[in-house]
Design a protein around this ligand. Structure first.
Ligand SMILES: [Zn+2]
Length: 438
């Protein structure tokens, strides 16, 4: 969704709280959600007996005296624990590894973005049902992500709030170039982000902005799931990375850089990106630079398990699995170093590399490698909202925020795997899922 209408929507929501509505407008729903506990991610503690007061799409009050205002319908979640709707800062809702049924090249060569567009609402719904009410979609061909976001915003299909990047920018032959490794006579007639040189890059950024992206993504380094030999080598010059960030920021768009290698990570941070995605081989100098620049680091530390156990069976190229082996373990060790160094960290999983709806499996990996459960939950709520520029709208249960809520039956701070079994999901005041009813 675009940032400007969002701000306007909030302003209208707040202004209307005590105002009269036009005769033909339906009165906003008045709902109070009761639970036994609330994870207050802003204060970093758990509060008992919360009652969340909701009018229309927004939370107007959180009270603890149990008093339901007159005229409010109560949704009683009993002994459950409430949290803000979760946020994943790195997903790909236009693809899923289960589409590769034993033959990778069949999937790559016989499917198009039209197939992606058909399947993506299913992935959006799975993500929402898993408790992720906001996602940042970092990379999709042919602007399928924009159509998906718009359909969700119009209320045509259920799905999380989406910020989308469109096709990521990248160098010819690099991680964004879908025909690398194929015969030079094979061409895909798709809209992709391949752009070389400062002028072409500025043009590509402008084209993405023109077509309605919320954020700019580019490939600072090589990757795992593409055919280049390296995993981490820089794929843009410093000058090219600077151009991406300068142009994107001028248009008011944040920038996410895909970067595995230590040098590419540092170049991206120096260019002024808002987040580094993967961050796999970040070194001490990179950690220092990220801190100096206030750059968010996203470490997608769960999907290593899935790639190593499933990709060979599914028929992905052996080189992909071999490349993952060179970065997976190191990425987790570097995640731990980043936690210890007190870096700004947000929750991003690269969903689509593993099946949609499993996003919360990353919490257990994050806590195994050095985060407290509260830190991991904050990475997927307040920190993620800050990275997305959505503080005040999502990522907390507080007045003025969207009524995006999830609930789990157990204690997510004692056992973060509780978050893998979200029983209740509300987005913007609408109940999307409620398994607490018997
Ligand atoms: Zn990705």
């Amino acid at each position: 969704m675009r940032l400007l209408p969002l701000v306007a929507a909030i302003a209208v929501g707040l202004a209307s709280a005590g105002a009269a509505f036009a005769d033909d407008a339906p009165a906003p729903a008045h709902i109070a959600v009761r639970a036994a506990h609330l994870v207050d991610v802003q204060a970093g503690k758990v509060r008992d007996n919360p009652l969340v007061i909701i009018e229309g799409e927004h939370i107007t009050e959180v009270r603890y005296d149990g008093q339901v205002p007159a005229g409010y319908n109560v949704i009683d979640l009993g002994s459950a624990t409430l949290l803000p709707g979760l946020i994943d800062c790195h997903v790909h809702l236009t693809g899923d590894p289960n589409e590769v049924k034993g033959d990778y090249y069949e999937a790559v060569l016989k499917r198009s973005s039209i197939d992606s567009a058909i399947l993506s609402p299913t992935y959006a719904k799975r993500t929402l049902d898993a408790g992720f009410t906001t996602v940042r979609n970092l990379g999709a061909d042919d602007y399928v992500d924009i159509a998906l976001r718009n359909a969700i915003n119009r209320g045509d299909i259920p799905g999380p709030r989406m910020l989308v990047s469109g096709p990521p920018l990248g160098a010819t032959g690099g991680h964004a170039d879908g025909t690398t490794g194929f015969s030079p006579w094979i061409q895909f007639h798709d809209i992709n982000g391949v752009a070389d040189g400062v002028d072409a890059i500025r043009h590509r950024v402008r084209e993405n902005v023109k077509n309605g992206v919320d954020v700019i993504k580019f490939m600072a380094s090589a990757g795992v799931l593409s055919a280049e030999a390296s995993v981490g080598a820089p794929q843009y010059s410093q000058e090219e990375m600077n151009a991406v960030v300068d142009e994107a920021h001028r248009w008011g768009k944040k920038v996410a850089a895909h970067a595995h290698g230590a040098e590419a990570i540092k170049m991206a941070i120096r260019a002024g990106v808002d987040s580094v995605e993967h961050s796999s081989l970040i070194d001490d100098e990179g950690l220092k630079l990220a801190k100096q620049h206030g750059t968010y680091l996203d470490f997608d530390v769960y999907n290593d398990d899935y790639i190593l156990s499933e990709y060979a069976k599914k028929g992905f190229p052996a080189s992909t699995v071999e490349k993952e082996k060179t970065v997976g373990r190191l990425q987790r060790e570097n995640f731990q170093r980043a936690v210890k160094a007190g870096e700004k960290m947000a929750f991003g999983t690269d969903a689509g590399v593993y099946p949609h709806g499993w996003n919360a499996r990353q919490f257990a990996v994050m806590t195994k490698w050095g985060m407290t459960p509260m830190q991991a939950i904050q990475a997927a709520t307040v920190n993620a909202a800050d990275l997305l520029g959505m503080t005040g709208k999502v990522g907390a249960v507080a007045p003025g925020y969207y009524a995006d809520l999830v609930a789990v039956s157990g204690d997510p701070l004692g056992d973060v795997t509780q978050l893998e079994h979200v029983a209740f999901v509300m987005k913007g005041g609408d109940v999307e899922k409620n398994d607490t009813r018997r």
